[in-house]
Design a protein around this ligand. Structure first.
Ligand code: 6GU
Length: 242
């Protein structure tokens, strides 16, 4: 998969050299390029923002540097990349969208700052890109960079080969609509807290049943919105709090 990120703070993307994503880059599974938006300015101050037409607070990112940056990136190959613009006004990222994005050959991230990017950039980009505005959730970050990091991590780990143990991708929260069960390792006793007996029983049937119940309980307690409708109003012995 190819990934390009355009930002006025390319240093924000430095963590993409670390851990599994860094390894995927070095192995060639992930072809990642970070571009400095200011490269595409032509004035002495390398200006990327200006005041909003119609008035209002804050500054707006100017269209010209974005137009040039998007042309420069898309010029490098001839397929139609997905352009992801991270922003609180976008469609919420979830595991199913991450899976959809992981199937793409090429993602480009346009990280906005200030109040956002001049709206005409979205219109202009449509001719070359499949444009998607994506949000992490209902709160506001200062810019798209941290969101791009999160989206890239959520997506890249689903690209075949990026995670060594592919089985670990199936047994995790949000893969089948329930949160994950609690996990324990040695020692058996720690700070007066014990590992639940059932996990030491060797009875795999009971363990599987216990884990499933834990998943239901946790989901009911922490994320009732995720519970399937047939369990949402279930009696307390089925979904009790954690
Ligand atoms: Cl994707 N961007 C920004 N700037 N703020 C956000 C967000 C994204 N998701 C939630 N808040």
């Amino acid at each position: 998969m190819r990934v390009d990120v355009i930002s006025i703070f390319p240093e924000y993307l430095a963590p993409l050299d670390l851990s599994l994503i860094g390894k995927a880059r070095r192995s060639g599974l992930l072809d990642l390029h970070v571009h400095d938006l200011r490269t595409f300015t032509h004035d002495r101050h390398r200006t990327v923002d200006d005041t909003p037409y119609g008035g209002g607070a804050g500054m707006v990112m100017k269209p010209e540097p974005w137009g040039e940056a998007l042309d420069h990136v898309a010029d490098q190959e001839d397929s139609r990349p997905i352009l992801i613009v991270p922003g609180p006004g976008g469609a919420r990222l979830d595991q199913s969208l991450a899976r959809q994005l992981a199937a793409a050959d090429w993602l480009v991230f346009a990280c906005g700052r200030y109040e956002g990017i001049d709206e005409r950039v979205y219109d202009y980009a449509q001719s070359t890109y499949d444009v998607r505005v994506i949000s992490l959730g209902d709160y506001v970050l200062n810019g798209g960079e941290v969101a791009a990091l999160a989206i890239i991590e959520a997506v890249a780990r689903l690209v075949p080969g990026v995670i060594g143990n592919a089985a670990s991708l199936f047994e995790e929260s949000h893969e089948d609509g329930l949160l994950e069960y609690p996990i324990y390792t040695k020692p058996e006793q720690w700070q007066g807290f014990s590992v639940p007996d059932v996990l030491l029983s060797g009875d795999h049937g009971r363990i599987a049943q216990w884990r499933h119940q834990q998943r239901l309980d946790r989901t009911a307690a922490r994320r009732p919105d995720l519970l399937p409708p047939e369990l949402a109003g279930a009696p307390e012995d089925l979904v009790v709090g954690v």
